[in-house]
Design a protein around this ligand. Structure first.
Ligand SMILES: N[C@@H](CCC(=O)N[C@@H](CS)C(=O)NCC(=O)O)C(=O)O
Length: 205
């Protein structure tokens, strides 16, 4: 059975979301981000970066959340399967783009808006990051104005990988009103039953 190491309050959430969309049986092996959970000889053999998530599928061990999701999309038939090289290319494009252009800025924004202890929050960081995000979020908004989803007319792993990062903006209550197409699309992605199920499970814990 597929095994995913991680927890839903981390980047493993986007892989759990993908696993739920794919609908194959899997086991979540709970790992926190604490060093004593990750810096063990056993886990370092799976992921020498000592980070989560990690996917184990038989003899294959994969780390990097975006790669895990692109793999799962190719591995199984069904609605999340990339229908052709164009969809796969677009999914890779948007996944790399999201990691390189928005992930760090959004995580940093979330930390300084909500995650850090009050005394450690710096409003100048959120202000700066909001400004730096204007260009990439504009690019995303414009792409979504042309077609409803990132790699065609239906939800694919491209949408999941980008929305799996943009959900941090929602969590941080970032004002996204300047990006109406993005907002419409993000709300549709985050209303998917697979995501809602996981989010509700995580809230109950
Ligand atoms: N680029 C990696 C980043 C993985 C990552 O940084 N995971 C965090 C949790 S969200 C982690 O394991 N942190 C523990 C640490 O850095 O010590 C991915 O997308 O999988």
């Amino acid at each position: 059975m597929l095994q995913l190491y991680g927890n839903p309050r981390s980047r493993a959430m986007r892989c759990l979301w993908m696993l739920e969309e794919v609908g194959r049986p899997y086991q979540l092996v709970e790992k926190t981000t604490h060093a004593d959970d990750l810096q063990t000889a056993e886990y370092l053999r799976l992921n020498p970066n000592a980070r989560i998530p990690t996917l184990v599928d038989g003899d294959l061990v994969l780390w990097e959340s975006m790669a895990i999701n692109l793999y799962l999309a190719q591995r199984y038939d069904g609605p999340m399967h990339c229908a052709g090289p164009e969809v796969l290319g677009l999914a890779a494009q948007w996944s790399f783009w999201a990691v390189l252009e928005i992930e760090h800025l959004l995580l940093n924004f979330l930390e300084h808006r909500a995650l850090l202890a009050e005394f450690a929050r710096d409003p100048s960081v959120t202000e700066r990051n909001e400004l730096l995000l204007k260009k990439p979020l504009g690019v995303l908004n414009d792409a979504l104005a042309v077609r409803g989803y990132l790699a065609g007319n239906s939800f694919t792993v491209a949408d999941l990988n980008v929305a799996g990062i943009l959900m941090w903006g929602k969590m941080a209550r970032m004002d996204l009103s300047a990006y109406p197409e993005l907002t419409r699309w993000l709300d549709a992605c985050l209303a998917r039953p697979a995501y809602v199920r996981l989010r509700d499970q995580a809230r109950r814990k």
